[in-house]
Ligand binder design. Structure first.
Ligand code: PLP
Length: 372
């Protein structure tokens, strides 16, 4: 058991994540494999903390972005199937073999090296081939030469070419279709030569929910399993699973005209009570929410005032009845009644000029995660 040593906590409701996954699984149906994405420390929710709950939903893989994330999972849970969606440089391939991690490839030369390492260890390594259909991030553009290269990967001992995938830029429907068709044509070209892929995938959360025509036989949703919808109008009934909260460290009574925090950038317009809160940008709270962010204390909306520091910030609590040190402050709510109108991740994203995924991915190690 991890000891609780700090009031600044991310309270994560594992049942809500599981419910969101069931909603996604209902959308995709029983014939499409499910590969939930838990990169970036499970979108801030704590990959190690949420992985066992997610495994209860029987995913084909847990997907991460980097080998380091995959190794962290494998060290904790050697039996969980883990897939790395990003690029793994050659020098790290021994770890891929050692931990039995499935990786993304797009170079025959790398697959051959991987095959040699796997054979030396008496193992087989699983790979999915990445195809660039326009995003220009990873993978190669379909061409006869790339088709030859992919076919040759199938013949490498020690390597199992299990899947092929691409990524939609989600620019507009016409461009989605162009990318998708390019991907399907390329797969067909290879399959006509007698090579089959068990898994073919191109859909992230948005495509999984909004474009069933791109499900193929596997999807890779991330944001949606944490309750992050494309926009607030989207009808898919997923719910955020996370509440970010803390407790007041200290209260200060200040006179009208006095400032708070660095440079006294906020000055009290009236005699005020301000509360010091033990969270800051080193916990992942956006520093640019100064004079925009607020917390809920005693049911009241309390604006964050003055510069947000690395570890602390200050809220105006003048209007909170019977305010005292130690009172709970809700920083981000989950939209439920219990969060009393606290700022949602969506609102924080919009006020900070960011997106929801960035707001949750920027939670660092420091805020303690508590799983319920
Ligand atoms: C992050 C990522 C996903 C998941 O994206 P969401 O928008 O969070 O669903 C899927 N595929 C790849 C390749 C990714 O990098």
């Amino acid at each position: 058991m991890v000891r609780t040593l700090r009031d600044t906590q991310l309270v994560i409701n594992l049942n809500k994540i599981k419910k969101n996954i069931e909603i996604v699984k209902d959308i995709i149906g029983p014939d499409v494999a499910f590969m939930p994405v838990i990169k970036a420390n499970g979108y801030g929710h704590g990959a190690l903390g949420i992985a066992p709950a997610i495994m209860e939903t029987k995913p084909a893989y847990l997907a991460v972005a980097t080998l380091s994330e995959a190794v962290e999972l494998k060290e904790a849970y050697p039996d969980y199937p883990v897939f790395v969606m990003g690029h793994t440089p050659d020098k790290y391939l021994p770890y891929v073999v050692e931990y039995g991690i499935a990786i993304t490839v797009f170079e025959l030369k790398q697959v051959e090296l991987l095959g040699r390492l796997a054979c030396d260890a008496g193992k087989t390594v699983t790979v999915h081939v990445k195809v660039d259909t326009g995003f220009h991030r990873l993978g190669k553009t379909p061409s006869p030469a790339y088709a030859d290269e992919v076919c040759a990967m199938f013949d490498v001992d020690g390597v199992y070419v299990e899947g092929i995938f691409s990524h939609l830029a989600l620019t507009n429907e016409e461009e989605n279709d162009r990318q998708y068709d390019m991907f399907c044509d390329f797969i067909e070209e290879i399959e006509q030569r007698g090579y089959d892929f068990k898994y073919k995938h191109i859909a992230d959360s948005i495509a999984t929910v909004d474009y069933p025509q791109y499900h193929m036989n596997m999807v890779r949703p991330g944001a949606i399993i944490y309750g992050m919808k494309r926009n607030e109008a989207a009808t898919v009934p997923v719910e955020p699973a996370l509440v970010f909260k803390t407790a007041i460290s200290q209260l200060h009574e200040i006179k009208a005209g006095e400032g708070v925090s660095y440079d006294y950038l906020w000055k009290a317009e009236r005699d005020s009570i301000v509360a010091t809160l033990p969270f800051g940008y080193a916990d992942g709270y956006p520093r640019n929410l100064r004079d925009k962010g607020y917390v809920i204390i005693g049911g009241m909306k309390c604006p964050i005032v003055g510069v947000i520091c690395m570890d602390q910030c200050i809220a105006d609590v003048t209007d909170v009845p019977n305010v005292e040190a130690g009172m709970e402050a809700i920083i981000y709510g989950d939209g439920s009644e219990a969060s009393q109108g606290a700022m949602t991740i969506a609102e924080a994203a919009s006020l900070a000029g960011s997106n929801k995924n960035e707001i949750i991915a920027r939670f660092l190690e420091r805020p303690q995660r508590v799983y319920i």
